[in-house]
Write a new protein. Structure first.
Length: 246
């Protein structure tokens, strides 16, 4: 069973507008607790015993959180800007920043602005074979996401925001990685968006036959826009209330 999870939470959260002006968006309150609290609680309920939180934007606020209610969780903080500098930006960079801490272990990786069920998180912990895994969700608008090209349960390539229909199954940022991911992230160049994309590293591994896909069992909630505060709050009021007591 995998014990370690990496949680990138270094971004500016620009889509949250002024709500994230003086704090990371992960610390915006939902039902009187920071959103990241629910992310960590679900990870804890899924059995993870080592949580590597990658911070950056308003890192001092994340440190305050860690010293407060964050003490409930087995947290190690990694400052992406201290490890990697500020010149490179994109989803590959926070993962690469954790290489020294993760070492040669397999690990799960989820973004700190995404909420998944303890059941899904526990299921991905069990995938301790030699493959890397992406989690898939069936959506009506795949053109907004990264869509894997599949052969059976193996991913052979990735298309980011495809212009032509491939599938309704999209990757939603819940991964299991072997240490091979670090070598591939180091090779990633700038994407057309000017960023260093984690999906480019995953695509490189997929072309080597080292990536499989799993389908989500339950839900995925994204915390990116102001409207998501109410959506997530309403969801939490009616789902798994015992998981968030205390």
């Amino acid at each position: 069973m995998i014990s370690k999870v990496v949680i990138p939470a270094a971004g500016k959260g620009t889509r949250m507008l002024d709500l994230a002006k003086d704090r990371p968006k992960h610390l915006i309150s939902v039902l009187d607790k920071p959103f990241i609290y629910y992310v960590l609680k679900n990870l804890q309920n899924a059995g993870f015993t080592e949580m590597v939180l990658v911070i950056g934007h308003h890192a001092e606020k994340m440190r305050e959180f860690s010293a407060g209610i964050g003490r409930e969780f087995p947290l190690t903080l990694i400052d992406q800007f201290e490890v990697m500098g500020t010149a490179k930006y994109g989803t590959a960079i926070p993962v690469l920043a954790t290489q020294r801490v993760v070492g040669n272990e397999q690990f799960v990786c989820i973004y700190g602005d995404n909420l998944y069920s303890p059941r899904d998180l526990a299921a991905i912990r069990e995938l301790d074979d030699d493959f890397n895994y992406v989690s898939l969700l069936h959506v009506p608008n795949p053109e907004k996401y990264g869509v894997p090209i599949m052969e059976g349960d193996k991913v052979v390539d990735f298309v980011e925001k495809p212009k032509e229909f491939i599938s309704n199954w999209v990757s939603i940022g819940c991964y299991k990685f072997t240490p091979e991911i670090f070598a591939e992230t180091m090779k990633v160049g700038k994407s057309p968006r000017g960023e260093y994309e984690l999906t480019d590293a995953i695509a490189a591994l997929a072309k080597q036959g080292k990536v499989k896909a799993r389908k989500m069992l339950d839900y995925w909630l994204d915390f990116g826009n102001p409207d998501d505060i109410k959506k997530v709050g309403d969801f939490l009021k009616t789902n798994e209330p015992s998981s968030f007591s205390g």
